[in-house]
Write a protein that binds this ligand. Structure first.
Ligand SMILES: *Cc1c(COP(=O)(O)O)cnc(C)c1O
Length: 375
């Protein structure tokens, strides 16, 4: 008879040290936990779009007659529409179940146990999460105190630092993950920095989940001129359909045949595709919502700066990171939650005593500010 430990020993070795991902709680769970109806919860903790999908999306979803048919594995219609929106040929575009699925694909395409990536914390957690799933090492090149990327530090880590023990790995890094605007700091990465890093001998993955909110253009077009750049974008933030899971990557031509062989045939479900297409028929309306959120971000930023115990960082995204001064950020988060207002709280290196506030509707900003002033 086999013992439990024999069976447990069948698990992949490199998964034993895996850390749990702490997800954000959805409305239904929050409502139960806080004892507040969903309609009264001010959810500013996950950078979701408070305006939700366009009316045209709800209509398209209600009217679509073919949910009993499998999705198009080639995603032709969606890729053509995306091509028009992004301004790159459809041959370079691959949609996924959120940008998250594409991050997972990229890590599985490039990484095995013993390989390594370069991460630039504080940043989005999924890069190190997906790399560790593959058993790869994560070399952290920390951002500077203003949250700009330490370009020299990355150059050192790539050009030999990995051999002399400066990084955490003895293996030359294969992937570099960059985020612009960065989550959670809202920082934009300048063209010159990106150009310098693209000269390094590794794949650069530029996550542009928030690029629509920036006062700067996307770098998606750069992919056409380089073999080592991937740009990721999403419908979760600007287009307001995070719950439907739709993102896309712009990939260099040489990688596309590999991705077509590699991807799950039906990775993008029909509802996500219908919603994406309806959104892309009304990009003017999406950009109008984005403008509203950008104006609200600027108002929020100015109002937070006027609160004595908060030091907000400038942001090119739909959220604002704040350093809490002279009191506990954990207590602040708790106090806000007691009033039905949810923000993201961090207690980790580089984000000590910080909260991140997503941009909401004006009346939600007003509620937040009233509570912050009264504390
Ligand atoms: C929200 C977010 C994503 C996730 O996008 P999905 O398309 O919802 O998977 C990717 N990158 C960053 C930096 C994000 O904040």
């Amino acid at each position: 008879m086999t013992t439990d430990s024999q069976i447990h020993g069948l698990l992949n070795d490199h998964l034993s040290g895996l850390e749990e991902y702490t997800p954000i709680q959805p409305f239904e769970v929050l409502s139960q936990r806080l004892g507040i109806p969903i309609s009264q919860i001010v959810k500013l903790d996950a950078n979701e779009n408070p305006y939700g999908p366009l009316p045209a999306v709800a209509e398209a979803l209600a009217e679509y007659p073919y949910y009993h048919i499998y999705p198009d594995p080639q995603q032709s219609e969606l890729r053509d529409a995306l091509s028009g929106f992004v301004g790159v040929p459809a041959e370079h575009i691959l949609p996924g179940q959120g940008a998250d699925e594409l991050l997972d694909y990229i890590c599985r395409l490039f990484l095995s146990p013993g390989d390594s990536i370069i991460n630039t914390p504080p940043t989005f957690g999924m890069y190190s999460f997906d790399a560790k799933l593959q058993g790869a090492e994560v070399i952290d090149v920390w951002r500077r105190t203003d949250y700009s990327v330490d370009v020299e530090g990355i150059e050192q880590a790539v050009n030999g630092g990995w051999q002399t023990g400066q990084g955490s790995s003895s293996v030359k890094p294969k992937l570099l993950f960059l985020t612009s605007p960065n989550n959670p700091s809202g920082t934009w990465m300048p063209d010159d920095d990106l150009r310098r890093l693209l000269a390094l001998p590794l794949m650069v993955v530029l996550d542009e989940a928030y690029v629509e909110f920036a006062n700067q253009p996307s770098r998606a077009g750069w992919v056409l001129e380089r073999d080592n750049l991937i740009v990721l974008r999403t419908f979760s933030k600007a287009a307001g359909i995070a719950g439907l899971r739709l993102g896309y990557g712009i990939f260099p031509a040489w990688l596309m045949p590999m991705l077509w062989k590699f991807k799950q045939p039906y990775n993008v479900n029909v509802a996500a595709s219908v919603a994406g297409l309806a959104s892309l028929r009304h990009t003017d309306q999406i950009m109008a919502v984005v403008e509203k959120l950008k104006a609200e971000r600027d108002r929020l930023l100015a109002a937070l700066a006027a609160i004595p115990y908060l030091r907000p960082f400038p942001s090119e995204a739909n959220f604002v990171l704040c350093q809490v001064e002279g009191r506990s950020a954990a207590d602040l988060k708790q106090a806000l939650e007691g009033q039905g207002i949810l923000v993201r709280f961090y207690k980790k290196t580089g984000l000590d005593n910080c909260i991140r506030i997503s941009v909401g509707r004006p009346e939600q900003t007003d509620m937040l500010l009233a509570v912050l002033h009264n504390l």
